[in-house]
Design a protein around this ligand. Structure first.
Ligand SMILES: [Zn+2]
Length: 244
């Protein structure tokens, strides 16, 4: 599957967003995931001779959809997003149903519903290129806050992602890995995999490097929220992290 490439735009904002671009290399067509800012995407595309064709949104939060109106103002770009959040994302052109399937060139993209952070949150899974765009649901060594759903919904959503193929590359929207690593070490101080990853992440961040993508296999070993044995343990961890 060498005909696809994933690019990273580091927004360098306070929330430490990344905008991921998925390129079909033979054509230079790209999709942008959760473009919080328009100009960075426009500049990146013109610099690398890429053609923005689609925008994929995971949920309605402003730091995920902020750049969309400006990006679609002049060009004919499809905006895909969760049907359940259509009212909050008025510029959406294609509302995606939970468990839906669609295509980009010859890739089959699976839409998975992961309520919890928001009620309509979806993720985009592409088995053929081992890729998951997971927005604010799963983070490297952490997970999103439970804003709209219940803890049980979030727990089930994370378990759904944990069951994806272990080789799956995990593209989250934020660079939260170091603070997540600190929390992970706090709750599992004896976990050698967490100790090692903490040191690695700390080194990378000192050098200003991006710690993503992660991988499901690595998250299963080092993410306390995926390692929780039941919803009670997950709830306790999530509440502890909210005040950490
Ligand atoms: Zn969010």
């Amino acid at each position: 599957m060498m005909s696809y490439k994933i690019h990273c735009i580091d927004v360098k904002n306070q929330l430490q967003n990344y905008i991921w671009l998925l390129e079909h290399t033979p054509s230079g067509d790209v999709i942008a995931v959760d473009p919080t800012e328009a100009k960075l995407v426009q500049d990146y595309c013109s610099e690398h001779q890429l053609k923005l064709k689609q925008i994929w949104l995971t949920h309605w939060h402003k730091d995920h959809i902020g750049g969309v109106p400006e990006l679609i103002a002049e060009l004919d770009i499809a905006v895909l997003g969760p049907q359940a959040e259509q009212e909050k994302i008025p510029f959406m052109s294609h509302a995606l149903n939970h468990e839906g399937l669609f295509q980009f060139h010859d890739l089959n993209i699976e839409v998975i519903a992961v309520p919890g952070h928001t009620l309509g949150h979806i993720v985009y899974f592409i088995d053929e290129i081992d890729t998951l765009f997971c927005g604010d649901t799963l983070f490297a060594m952490g997970c999103g806050r439970v804003f709209e759903g219940t803890y049980e919904q979030m727990y089930n959503s994370l378990n759904r992602l944990a069951a994806l193929p272990p080789r799956t590359q995990v593209y989250c929207t934020h660079e939260y890995t170091l603070s997540n690593a600190k929390f992970a070490l706090h709750v599992e101080p004896e976990n050698v995999a967490i100790q090692e990853r903490y040191e690695q992440v700390e080194r990378m961040r000192l050098l200003g490097q991006c710690t993503l993508p992660s991988q499901i296999e690595i998250e299963l070993q080092t993410n306390p929220f995926l390692r929780a044995n039941d919803v009670e343990e997950f709830t306790r961890l999530r509440q502890l992290k909210d005040n950490f």
